[in-house]
Design a protein around this ligand. Structure first.
Ligand SMILES: C[S@@+](CC[C@H](N)C(=O)[O-])C[C@H]1O[C@@H](n2cnc3c(N)ncnc32)[C@H](O)[C@@H]1O
Ligand SMILES: [Zn+2]
Length: 176
C-alpha cells in the first residue's frame, strides 16, 4: 500500500489523539497494538497519551476495580499513567489511540512528560510495519502481577521497568 508523504515535522505532532505515523491492529504481544505506517525517525513525537486527569486516591480506587475485574476473568488492561506526584492520567477512552501501545523489554519508543502532557517519542528509527512499544515503568511489586509477552530475546518475563529488570533476570538464572 502506498502511503502519502508526511508533511509535519519531527516535533510538531498534531494536538489531536490521531497520528498519521501509526495505525492500530491486532498485536502478537497482547490484544490490539499500534504499528508504524511509515518509517518513523528517531526522536519523533509520535502521539500524545491523553486522558482524564485524576487524583492518586481516585487512581487507587480504579486500580482496585481493575483488580476485581481481573479476579473475575474480565478485561483488566491498565490505562492509568503516572502524570506527576499529585495526579495520574486515565487514558481508557476510545479516542486515545496511544492507549493501545504495548510494553516491551526492548522498546522502540519512550514516554516523555512535558509540561503536564505525555508524549510517545521514537527512541530510534522505527521501520514501517513495526509494532510500537515503550517501557511501562512498572515497579517490581506492580510488575509481578503482569507477565510480559513482548517476545524480546532479553524479555524479563514480567512488565518491570528497565532499571529493576536485572533483578528478575538474576532470579530466573538462579532457579534454572
Ligand atoms: C495500555 S493497554 C495496551 C493495549 C492492549 N493491548 C489492548 O488491546 O487494549 C495495557 C495492557 O496491555 C497488556 N500488555 C501490554 N503490554 C504487554 C506485554 N508486553 N505482555 C503482556 N501483556 C501486555 C496488559 O494486559 C496491559 O494491562
Ligand atoms: Zn518482555
Amino acid at each position: 500500500m502506498a502511503v502519502a508523504p508526511l508533511t509535519f515535522s519531527k516535533t510538531s505532532a498534531p494536538r489531536s489523539t490521531a497520528s498519521r505515523w501509526i495505525r492500530p491492529a491486532r498485536s502478537g504481544i497482547h490484544g490490539r497494538g499500534v504499528y508504524a505506517r511509515v518509517e518513523i525517525p528517531d526522536g519523533t513525537r509520535i502521539i500524545e497519551y491523553t486522558g482524564e486527569r485524576i487524583t492518586k486516591a481516585e487512581a487507587q480506587r480504579r486500580e482496585a476495580q481493575r483488580l476485581e475485574r481481573q479476579r473475575r476473568g474480565q478485561d483488566a488492561s491498565v490505562y492509568i499513567f503516572v502524570l506527576n506526584r499529585r495526579y495520574d492520567l486515565d487514558g481508557r477512552q476510545r479516542n486515545n489511540v496511544a492507549r493501545l501501545i504495548n510494553h516491551s523489554c526492548t522498546p522502540n519508543c519512550r514516554a516523555e512528560t512535558v509540561r503536564g502532557r505525555i508524549w510517545i517519542v521514537a527512541r530510534r528509527d522505527i521501520p514501517a510495519g513495526a509494532e510500537l512499544t515503550f517501557d511501562y515503568g512498572f515497579t517490581l511489586k506492580e510488575g509481578r502481577l503482569h507477565p510480559c509477552r513482548c517476545g524480546a530475546k532479553r524479555c524479563a518475563g514480567y512488565i518491570v521497568n528497565a532499571a529493576q529488570r536485572w533483578r528478575l533476570r538474576r532470579r530466573r538464572k538462579a532457579v534454572r
